[in-house]
Ligand binder design. Structure first.
Ligand code: SF4
Length: 347
């Protein structure tokens, strides 16, 4: 019953943000290409693609195939087509319906990038007391600096289990009515592991004001839009500038009673029958996760070239949008052909 949500959580939807974001990507992409051809080797990929931060989604894509992630930035029109496919759209609808089960959405006009970020902080400020009171929240933003790179994500669902443990629950919708392959499962476990790293960093007070301001290049003294200020007031937050709101959020989250995340869960759901497929508890090995993350970030910070999939995972190329044009795949095929020719000439 979406008119009467069982828990009256308020989630703010900003209908200008998407357009704002798309415009930025378009401009950055054009500038990125121009800059790339002029100074290909003097900029890290973070700089070349004008990225102030990386999203958890992008890092998960990278863990599937790094080359594919790079192509999606170089050829965004193909990626956009992929995102319009029925499966992706159906997945989005199911996520939205889930969110609306316990949260209302309120459209708020924004004028600046600071306003856009303020919306996320206000959503967090609204959800923290609910979570402290033992309630379930959905679409909880998380962020922090990992290996010198600012990483942002949105946790599907945070809730307590019967033992009173704090659980990250990630909903995955699937076209097939079966649990995912081990390769896909690995990516999903990496995703929820990243959420734990970011959430725990926030409650431990490891995220500092300067991290947010400097990495995202936000103006601390920027006065928030009238609508944003009015919404802040409606949830009991009296702020005028972005810096005041950021201070309020960081103090609230680090001084809250919130524990670190105890458990990571993946919930698989069938799109066709709209029924559950199964749940899985994801393992968490912090050292292993950090090592993996370090490896991915080494590409973004310009410490190494991008890589495609290993030969054992060549099956991933068969369903890849960039299969026909991928240099990594072409080079790998040539090497395989040469090795086969060499082997037959020796036999
Ligand atoms: Fe990666 Fe294969 Fe796609 Fe190339 S074709 S981007 S190696 S999945």
């Amino acid at each position: 019953d979406f008119d009467s949500p069982s828990v009256s959580t308020l989630s703010v939807y900003n209908h200008n943000e998407e357009a704002l974001g798309q415009e930025t990507v378009k401009t950055d992409y054009a500038r990125g290409l121009k800059r790339k051809s002029l100074h290909e080797n003097s900029f890290s990929p973070m700089q070349r693609f004008f990225k102030r931060h990386l999203s958890v989604t992008l890092l998960c894509d990278q863990s599937w195939c790094e080359m594919k992630t790079v192509y999606s930035l170089l050829k965004p029109h193909l990626k956009r087509k992929d995102l319009q496919c029925t499966e992706v759209q159906r997945g989005k609808e199911i996520h939205l319906l889930r969110e609306l089960e316990i949260q209302d959405t309120v459209p708020i006009d924004i004028r600046t990038r600071e306003d856009a970020e303020a919306i996320k902080l206000l959503n967090m400020l609204h959800m923290i007391p609910l979570l402290e009171a033992g309630e379930r929240v959905r679409e909880f933003p998380v962020f922090g600096v990992q290996e010198g790179v600012f990483v942002m994500g949105v946790i599907d669902e945070l809730m307590y289990n019967q033992k009173g443990e704090l659980v990250v629950n990630e909903l995955k919708t699937r076209k097939c009515n079966s649990m995912p392959s081990s390769a896909q499962d690995k990516v999903n476990c990496f995703q929820v592991g990243l959420y734990k790293l970011l959430f725990d960093g926030l409650v431990r007070g490891e995220v500092k004001k300067d991290h947010v301001l400097n990495h995202l290049k936000l103006r601390s003294a920027q006065v928030l839009g009238a609508r944003v200020q009015a919404h802040a007031k409606s949830i009991g937050v009296q702020v005028t500038t972005f810096e005041e709101l950021l201070d309020a959020l960081l103090i609230t989250v680090s001084c809250s009673d919130l524990p670190c995340v105890d458990m990571l869960q993946l919930e698989y759901y069938h799109q066709g029958s709209s029924g559950p497929i199964g749940n899985r508890v994801a393992p968490f090995d912090e050292a292993q996760l950090r090592a993996e993350l370090q490896g991915y970030l080494a590409y973004w910070t310009g410490q190494r070239e991008p890589k495609g999939v290993d030969i054992e995972e060549a099956w991933k190329c068969r369903s890849c949008l960039y299969e026909q044009t991928c240099d990594w795949r072409k080079n790998r095929s040539q090497v395989s052909d040469q090795q086969a020719a060499h082997a037959s000439s020796c036999s």
